[in-house]
Design a protein. Structure first.
Length: 134
């Protein structure tokens, strides 16, 4: 359905699958993409927000919610979503990069640079070094 750009039909399929697997992140994200692309962004935001809270300790829904909120020009709510994603996955640099881009877009250079530096530290090879074997 998605490849044929039949977003509403795809959303209906995702909705059915999500009812059977309510904590499935991929199904939640797929449903919200379809809703947004079919022109139902407000519904997509509501579903993603409720779904992220329901799923709980996974950062992906909050990261997707933040990105969707940026597209909806709700920068404050987007920052909150990216912060939540970062809390849930403190070793993941993506929420910090998103915050950096958000602040850069808003013209808050110091905060943009701060978050970019934090993300860069998480991406550094030192962070992911394997312990030496003895």
């Amino acid at each position: 359905y998605r490849n044929a750009r039949r977003w509403r039909e795809a959303a209906s399929s995702y909705r059915s699958l999500l009812q059977a697997q309510p904590r499935n992140v991929e199904l939640l994200l797929g449903l919200c993409v379809c809703l947004e692309r079919s022109g139902a962004r407000d519904m997509a935001l509501a579903v993603l927000s409720r779904g992220a809270a329901f799923i709980g300790k996974k950062s992906e829904p909050y990261l997707a919610l933040g990105r969707m909120l940026v597209r909806a020009s709700d920068n404050e709510a987007a920052a909150n979503a990216f912060n939540k994603a970062s809390e849930l996955a403190p070793a993941d640099p993506r929420p910090l990069r998103e915050l950096s881009m958000l602040f850069a877009k808003s013209g808050v250079k110091a905060m943009a640079e701060r978050f970019a530096e934090l993300a860069k530290k998480l991406e550094s090879p030192q962070t992911h070094k394997r312990p030496e074997r003895g």
